[in-house]
Design a protein around this ligand. Structure first.
Ligand code: IMP
Length: 181
Protein backbone atom coordinates (compact mmCIF):
# COMPACT_ATOMS: atom_id res chain seq x y z
CA UNK A 1 0.00 0.00 0.00
CA UNK A 2 2.82 2.39 0.91
CA UNK A 3 4.29 1.90 -2.56
CA UNK A 4 1.24 3.64 -4.07
CA UNK A 5 2.07 6.81 -2.15
CA UNK A 6 4.16 9.49 -3.84
CA UNK A 7 4.88 11.42 -0.66
CA UNK A 8 3.72 11.88 2.92
CA UNK A 9 1.98 15.24 3.39
CA UNK A 10 0.99 14.99 7.06
CA UNK A 11 2.95 12.61 9.30
CA UNK A 12 1.61 10.75 12.33
CA UNK A 13 3.44 13.18 14.58
CA UNK A 14 1.86 16.20 12.85
CA UNK A 15 -1.56 14.53 13.07
CA UNK A 16 -1.18 14.07 16.84
CA UNK A 17 -0.03 17.66 17.31
CA UNK A 18 -2.97 19.01 15.31
CA UNK A 19 -5.46 16.90 17.28
CA UNK A 20 -4.03 18.01 20.61
CA UNK A 21 -4.24 21.69 19.60
CA UNK A 22 -7.77 21.40 18.16
CA UNK A 23 -8.98 19.42 21.20
CA UNK A 24 -7.71 22.10 23.55
CA UNK A 25 -9.38 24.88 21.54
CA UNK A 26 -12.70 23.01 21.42
CA UNK A 27 -12.52 22.24 25.15
CA UNK A 28 -12.22 25.95 25.86
CA UNK A 29 -14.93 27.04 23.44
CA UNK A 30 -17.53 24.47 24.50
CA UNK A 31 -16.95 24.31 28.23
CA UNK A 32 -20.38 24.09 29.96
CA UNK A 33 -22.26 23.61 26.64
CA UNK A 34 -22.58 19.83 26.03
CA UNK A 35 -21.89 20.12 22.27
CA UNK A 36 -22.99 17.56 19.68
CA UNK A 37 -20.13 16.51 17.41
CA UNK A 38 -21.39 15.38 14.00
CA UNK A 39 -18.91 13.14 12.21
CA UNK A 40 -19.23 13.12 8.44
CA UNK A 41 -18.65 9.53 7.36
CA UNK A 42 -16.69 7.84 6.31
CA UNK A 43 -13.62 9.99 5.86
CA UNK A 44 -13.78 11.84 9.19
CA UNK A 45 -14.24 8.78 11.41
CA UNK A 46 -10.57 8.31 12.29
CA UNK A 47 -10.06 12.02 12.86
CA UNK A 48 -13.06 12.39 15.14
CA UNK A 49 -12.09 9.45 17.32
CA UNK A 50 -8.60 10.87 17.81
CA UNK A 51 -9.82 14.44 18.25
CA UNK A 52 -12.39 13.77 20.98
CA UNK A 53 -9.77 12.09 23.18
CA UNK A 54 -8.45 15.64 23.61
CA UNK A 55 -11.86 17.18 24.29
CA UNK A 56 -12.10 17.29 28.06
CA UNK A 57 -15.76 18.28 28.64
CA UNK A 58 -19.15 16.50 28.52
CA UNK A 59 -20.16 16.06 24.86
CA UNK A 60 -22.14 13.76 22.56
CA UNK A 61 -21.56 12.54 19.04
CA UNK A 62 -23.49 11.21 16.07
CA UNK A 63 -22.72 10.19 12.49
CA UNK A 64 -23.98 11.25 9.10
CA UNK A 65 -22.95 9.83 5.73
CA UNK A 66 -22.98 12.06 2.69
CA UNK A 67 -21.40 11.49 -0.68
CA UNK A 68 -20.08 14.06 -3.07
CA UNK A 69 -17.74 11.98 -5.19
CA UNK A 70 -19.04 9.40 -7.62
CA UNK A 71 -16.93 6.23 -7.52
CA UNK A 72 -13.66 6.65 -9.36
CA UNK A 73 -14.01 10.35 -10.07
CA UNK A 74 -11.39 12.37 -8.16
CA UNK A 75 -13.00 15.67 -9.13
CA UNK A 76 -16.02 17.03 -7.30
CA UNK A 77 -19.48 16.93 -8.82
CA UNK A 78 -21.01 19.55 -6.55
CA UNK A 79 -23.75 17.09 -5.90
CA UNK A 80 -24.20 16.11 -2.23
CA UNK A 81 -26.43 13.23 -1.23
CA UNK A 82 -27.44 12.16 2.29
CA UNK A 83 -26.66 8.45 2.53
CA UNK A 84 -27.25 8.08 6.29
CA UNK A 85 -28.95 10.73 8.38
CA UNK A 86 -28.43 11.60 12.05
CA UNK A 87 -30.38 9.90 14.84
CA UNK A 88 -30.08 12.93 17.11
CA UNK A 89 -32.25 16.05 16.93
CA UNK A 90 -30.24 19.23 16.33
CA UNK A 91 -32.87 21.54 17.76
CA UNK A 92 -31.26 23.92 20.25
CA UNK A 93 -27.91 22.08 20.10
CA UNK A 94 -24.42 23.49 19.80
CA UNK A 95 -23.26 21.51 16.78
CA UNK A 96 -19.68 20.86 15.74
CA UNK A 97 -19.42 19.41 12.25
CA UNK A 98 -16.34 17.18 12.00
CA UNK A 99 -15.00 16.82 8.44
CA UNK A 100 -11.91 15.13 7.03
CA UNK A 101 -11.18 17.70 4.34
CA UNK A 102 -12.73 20.80 2.81
CA UNK A 103 -12.10 20.94 -0.90
CA UNK A 104 -14.63 22.79 -3.11
CA UNK A 105 -16.80 23.56 -0.05
CA UNK A 106 -20.02 22.13 -1.55
CA UNK A 107 -20.50 19.48 1.14
CA UNK A 108 -20.15 21.84 4.10
CA UNK A 109 -22.15 24.61 2.45
CA UNK A 110 -25.02 22.19 1.95
CA UNK A 111 -24.75 20.74 5.46
CA UNK A 112 -24.75 24.14 7.17
CA UNK A 113 -27.94 25.10 5.32
CA UNK A 114 -29.55 21.81 6.25
CA UNK A 115 -28.55 22.07 9.92
CA UNK A 116 -29.91 25.63 10.07
CA UNK A 117 -33.31 24.34 8.98
CA UNK A 118 -33.10 21.81 11.84
CA UNK A 119 -32.79 24.72 14.28
CA UNK A 120 -29.35 24.07 15.73
CA UNK A 121 -28.45 26.74 18.28
CA UNK A 122 -24.96 27.15 16.83
CA UNK A 123 -22.98 25.44 14.08
CA UNK A 124 -19.21 25.37 13.86
CA UNK A 125 -16.91 23.39 11.65
CA UNK A 126 -13.71 21.54 12.40
CA UNK A 127 -11.95 20.12 9.36
CA UNK A 128 -8.77 18.11 9.63
CA UNK A 129 -7.50 19.26 6.23
CA UNK A 130 -8.12 22.38 4.19
CA UNK A 131 -7.41 22.51 0.44
CA UNK A 132 -8.09 26.23 -0.19
CA UNK A 133 -6.87 26.25 -3.80
CA UNK A 134 -9.99 24.42 -4.97
CA UNK A 135 -12.65 26.31 -3.05
CA UNK A 136 -15.78 27.21 -5.04
CA UNK A 137 -18.25 27.79 -2.17
CA UNK A 138 -16.89 30.19 0.43
CA UNK A 139 -17.47 28.42 3.74
CA UNK A 140 -16.10 29.65 7.05
CA UNK A 141 -14.18 26.81 8.70
CA UNK A 142 -13.74 27.59 12.39
CA UNK A 143 -11.02 25.06 13.18
CA UNK A 144 -8.47 23.64 10.74
CA UNK A 145 -5.91 20.94 11.44
CA UNK A 146 -3.54 21.37 8.50
CA UNK A 147 -3.69 23.35 5.26
CA UNK A 148 -2.51 21.39 2.23
CA UNK A 149 -1.74 22.20 -1.43
CA UNK A 150 -3.95 21.09 -4.30
CA UNK A 151 -3.36 17.35 -4.49
CA UNK A 152 -5.54 14.28 -4.14
CA UNK A 153 -4.71 12.79 -0.76
CA UNK A 154 -5.46 9.49 0.95
CA UNK A 155 -4.95 7.98 4.39
CA UNK A 156 -6.01 8.86 7.92
CA UNK A 157 -9.60 8.01 6.97
CA UNK A 158 -9.53 9.37 3.42
CA UNK A 159 -9.91 7.04 0.50
CA UNK A 160 -9.51 6.43 -3.16
CA UNK A 161 -12.17 3.93 -4.20
CA UNK A 162 -12.63 2.94 -0.53
CA UNK A 163 -8.96 1.99 -0.13
CA UNK A 164 -6.07 3.59 1.78
CA UNK A 165 -8.29 4.81 4.67
CA UNK A 166 -6.22 2.75 7.13
CA UNK A 167 -2.91 4.48 6.40
CA UNK A 168 -1.84 6.20 9.66
CA UNK A 169 -0.63 9.31 7.77
CA UNK A 170 -1.93 11.53 4.95
CA UNK A 171 -0.19 10.96 1.64
CA UNK A 172 -0.43 11.93 -2.00
CA UNK A 173 -1.40 9.05 -4.22
CA UNK A 174 0.79 8.43 -7.26
CA UNK A 175 -1.16 9.72 -10.30
CA UNK A 176 -0.55 6.43 -12.12
CA UNK A 177 -2.71 4.67 -9.49
CA UNK A 178 -5.86 6.40 -10.71
CA UNK A 179 -4.71 7.05 -14.28
CA UNK A 180 -4.27 3.29 -14.69
CA UNK A 181 -8.04 2.75 -14.41
P1 IMP B 1 -16.03 19.23 -1.05
O1 IMP B 1 -17.52 19.09 -1.04
O2 IMP B 1 -15.49 19.39 -2.45
O3 IMP B 1 -15.48 20.26 -0.10
O4 IMP B 1 -15.45 17.82 -0.66
C1 IMP B 1 -15.54 17.29 0.56
C2 IMP B 1 -15.41 15.78 0.52
O5 IMP B 1 -14.76 15.30 -0.66
C3 IMP B 1 -14.54 15.34 1.66
O6 IMP B 1 -15.30 15.12 2.81
C4 IMP B 1 -13.89 14.08 1.13
O7 IMP B 1 -14.71 12.98 1.39
C5 IMP B 1 -13.82 14.29 -0.36
N1 IMP B 1 -12.46 14.74 -0.78
C6 IMP B 1 -12.09 15.97 -1.17
N2 IMP B 1 -10.78 16.02 -1.47
C7 IMP B 1 -10.30 14.77 -1.24
C8 IMP B 1 -9.00 14.17 -1.34
O8 IMP B 1 -7.98 14.80 -1.70
N3 IMP B 1 -8.93 12.86 -1.01
C9 IMP B 1 -9.99 12.12 -0.59
N4 IMP B 1 -11.22 12.64 -0.47
C10 IMP B 1 -11.38 13.95 -0.80
Amino acid sequence: MNSDIEKVLVSEKEINEANERLGKDLTEEYSGKNPLFVCILRGAAMFMMDLIRHVDIPMEYDFMDVSSYGGENTDTTGDVKIVKDLDTSLKGRDVVIVEDIIDTGFTLDRLIKLFETREAKSIKIVSFLDKPARRIKQVHVDYIGVQIPDAFVVGYGMDYNEHYRNLPYVGVLKPEVYNAK
